[in-house]
Design a protein around this ligand. Structure first.
Ligand code: SF4
Length: 193
């Protein structure tokens, strides 16, 4: 759908330069989705893996975020193998709602209420990033945290349009439950993609 070189704005890798490849196609159906134009995979041009890798290598950074849409609707085996062979780190941003494919240096799952993450994806996650709309989401976050490996980094992130209202509750929750961390969409504050 689109690709661009920017700074990872949220979660564990916040602040690091990264090349984003946003793949078309998503069937999760979040009503608040801010990339609804990604949903129809056929609405976007196809590119070869060689073209994608060449575009990445035009920039000095070697961290590549594969996002969507829902990237796991595609078999990502060949793309991630080619990126790693070219010396890149492969970072996945997924809802976890489709089977895991590909070879990953970092897997971030952001669960969605409309289509639950698969247990097999949660078992492979390095970072669980839960977007918070209201206080009832903390229990939902804990239910997912109970399904991930012990080493998984746990993040609570205010939904952008609700940030002014829910951020104080997130701060209080993290102070009381310090295995969680706060994640902010710093790219939105910085006004970068
Ligand atoms: S999973 Fe992501 S791309 Fe798909 S509908 Fe939800 S927010 Fe949008």
């Amino acid at each position: 759908m689109e690709q661009f070189y920017t700074i990872q704005g949220e979660g564990f890798n916040t602040g690091r330069a990264a090349y984003f490849i946003r793949l078309g196609g998503c069937d999760v159906g979040c009503h608040w989705c801010d990339v609804k134009e990604s949903w129809d995979a056929e609405a976007h041009p196809r590119q070869s893996i060689d073209e994608l890798v060449a575009a990445v290598l035009e920039h000095p950074g070697r961290n590549v975020v594969i996002t969507g849409g829902e990237p796991l609707m595609h078999d990502l085996t060949a793309l991630t193998a080619a990126l790693q062979a070219a010396g890149c780190q492969t970072w996945l941003e997924t809802s976890g709602a489709h089977p895991l494919s590909g070879s990953w240096d970092w897997v971030c799952v952001s669960p969605k209420k409309f289509k639950a993450p698969l247990p097999a994806v949660l078992a492979a996650v390095h970072e669980l990033k839960v977007v918070v709309f209201n206080e009832s989401d903390f229990a939902w976050a804990e239910a997912h945290a109970a399904q991930v490996p012990a080493h998984t980094r746990l993040y609570l992130q205010p939904e952008w349009s609700r940030a002014a209202r829910v951020t104080p509750a997130i701060i209080d929750y993290v102070k009381q439950n310090p295995r969680w961390q706060v994640s902010l969409q710093t790219h939105k504050y910085l006004d970068i993609p």
